[in-house]
Design a protein around this ligand. Structure first.
Ligand code: NAD
Length: 307
């Protein structure tokens, strides 16, 4: 299979590229390296096109002869979107429309897109089923709602085979700390290894459905292989629930010593609890198994220690 990964130089995209190559697929990547890194692809034999998905001719050229697309290119992070909503909108909402239009024009059969649990926003339901109402709390969440809804509308309007996943908090090797919009697990590991206090926004009771990147990439690749389409968004998480305080404890157990924390005010746009109802995922992908947090964290920790 010839697979185009948009945003393939990013955290999830580069893990997916590695798995796809291991399974003998031909991989093309389009990535403008705005938040991704060329060296994430070290050792891989992929065709990297350094360009934006908003560059129509670069996108059309990357799409030539492709069987399936996994569309991951986006500007991540809630705080980044609050600092610059227009940039997030262009990359994520307009960018997705460009990718879907490009796929339709190029006759690509199947497209998977990455939405986010942030679309549930103000909805307090636990766990969150895909039919729960959505109420985004940030421009990022709005842009991800546009991403998934455009993908589903292209299924209805043009017959394009699409699948829209809502990722929850994906973590694992390749996810970096050390930049303003880093995610919580890399921040915690980085601080812990430096012997610095772990910053917690709020009281630490905030909880997340942390999902190891390996299981996410296996699901993405199976979806492209079987060309799975679905008329509704699908949560890509396994219904686990870990508070930030529990995450600190897990990390402390792995490192074998207690860790200091420092509390900061809760951030605007952040949701309190995020936990997936995984019934749809299990029905569509019965063979996919979650990676337990302890083992996923341990592999992530190893990646940090090797660097
Ligand atoms: P990432 O920032 O590591 O990867 C995104 C990639 O997209 C980067 O390599 C970046 O350079 C590229 N990119 C950004 N704008 C682009 C553009 N205009 N043209 C081409 N490339 C562009 O992020 P990630 O964590 O790997 O996330 C991948 C996808 O999953 C994103 O769509 C994100 O919104 C979604 N998602 C991630 C999580 C998570 O926990 N990591 C949660 C929910 C949703």
């Amino acid at each position: 299979m010839k697979l185009l990964i948009t945003g393939g130089a990013g955290f999830i995209g580069s893990n997916l590229a590695r798995l796809a190559q291991d399974q003998d697929h031909e991989v093309v990547i389009i990535d403008d390296l705005s938040t991704g890194y060329r060296d994430n692809l070290d050792g891989l034999d992929v065709d990297l096109r350094e360009a934006s998905i908003l560059d129509a001719s670069a996108l059309a050229s990357a799409l030539a002869g492709v069987d399936s697309v996994v569309h991951l290119a986006a500007l991540g992070s809630v705080p980044r979107s609050i600092a610059d909503p227009m940039a997030t909108h262009h990359a994520n909402a307009t960018g997705t429309l460009a990718v879907l239009q490009g796929c339709h024009d190029a006759g690509v059969e199947h497209v998977v897109v990455a939405s986010s649990s942030s679309v549930y926003g103000a909805n307090p339901a636990r766990p969150k089923h895909e039919r729960e109402w959505v109420r985004p709390l940030s421009p990022y969440a709005v842009s991800k709602l546009a991403t998934e809804q455009y993908a589903l509308a292209f299924q209805q309007s043009f017959g394009l085979s699409t699948l829209a996943f809502r990722f929850f908090n994906v973590y694992g090797p390749g996810q970096r700390a050390g930049h303003a919009y880093a995610a919580v697990i890399p921040i915690f590991i980085d601080k812990a290894l430096r012997g610095e206090p772990l910053p917690i926004n709020g009281d630490g009771l905030t909880s997340r459905d942390f999902t190891f990147v390996g299981a996410v990439c296996e699901t993405l690749l199976e979806a492209t292989g079987r060309k799975v389409r679905h008329p509704e968004p699908v949560n890509l998480a396994f219904g686990t629930n870990t508070s930030l305080n529990e995450l600190v404890e897990e990390l402390s157990a792995l490192l074998g010593h207690p860790l200091d924390v420092e509390h900061h005010p809760a951030r605007p746009g952040d949701v309190l609890h995020s936990e997936a109802d995984s019934t749809s995922l299990e029905a569509l992908f019965p063979d996919i198994r979650p990676t337990p947090l302890r083992s996923g964290l341990s592999r992530t920790l190893e990646w940090f220690q090797e660097r």
